[in-house]
Ligand binder design. Sequence first.
Ligand code: HSE
Length: 300
Amino acid sequence: MIRIEVPATSANVGPGFDCMGVALDWNNVITVEETGTKNVEIVVPDGCEVFLPNNDKNYVYKAMKKVFDITNKPFSGYKITIDQNVPVTRGLGSSSSAIVGGLAGANYLLGNPLSEDEILNIACNMEGHPDNVAPALLGGFVVSVREGRKVHYIKADVSDEITFAALIPDFHFSTKKSRGLLPRYVSHKNAVYNLSHASFTASAFMTGDFSKLGTGVKDRLHESYRISRIKNGADIINVCRKSGAVACYLSGAGPTVMSIVQGDGLEFENKVNSELKMHFPDWSLKMLKANNNGVIVKEV
Ligand code: HSE
């Protein structure tokens, strides 16, 4: 039996729409065991079937099958059990973690015929953009560039001097709908705004100068179109700023709001939790360090 641990991710990191992301120390766990039968059985947590189908529409299944197909091997005789710790459709990279987990697990079972770069390219082509799949695979903070069907990336480990504070509401927000809120065209001025801020944010991560993130994570390509559709999203950002966050941004397509705090952020955690309890009971706070390993597959 193999055990696959694959991290949650937070994409965009403000201005890096579809190209920047960071892996978080909060794993989904997938186990795959051989059954000797002629089919593939998928077990998902009770009540999750709407978002995690236990059939051939499941992303872990699709990703595993893709590797078996590429290598001309029959995909049968496995039981896949998905332990979904990270909430789905919240902007924390759940579909990417399923894709990367499935690809990495199948690759391991077949004796690693695919390189890490090949897995990244396949994952990106399945997901449509690299910002979540790259950190889920590689860990750390990753900037990716897509040229045709190939992804080029630069990764930096993230020090534990900072903590990521995920403010997660108890409602779903589909990425497809969230992308549908975005304008078809942007002004040259806003494009320049975003490329300067994205470069600045990436430089802050690469050099470890986290004090610059407050300036860096500002965005004009997607957040303002999305935040107004997220109930209390703007209020939650205000709570985080007032409680001492260095930087706040919408995680991926939302609805999770991500804050970055210096150190372990205990004071921030206490302040935000008491605000949530009093005014925003639909939201919860999860304090997370970065995950610098990415997906891990091991025999158990
Ligand atoms: N870059 C993506 C978006 C992340 O903002 O729509 C969600 O997959």
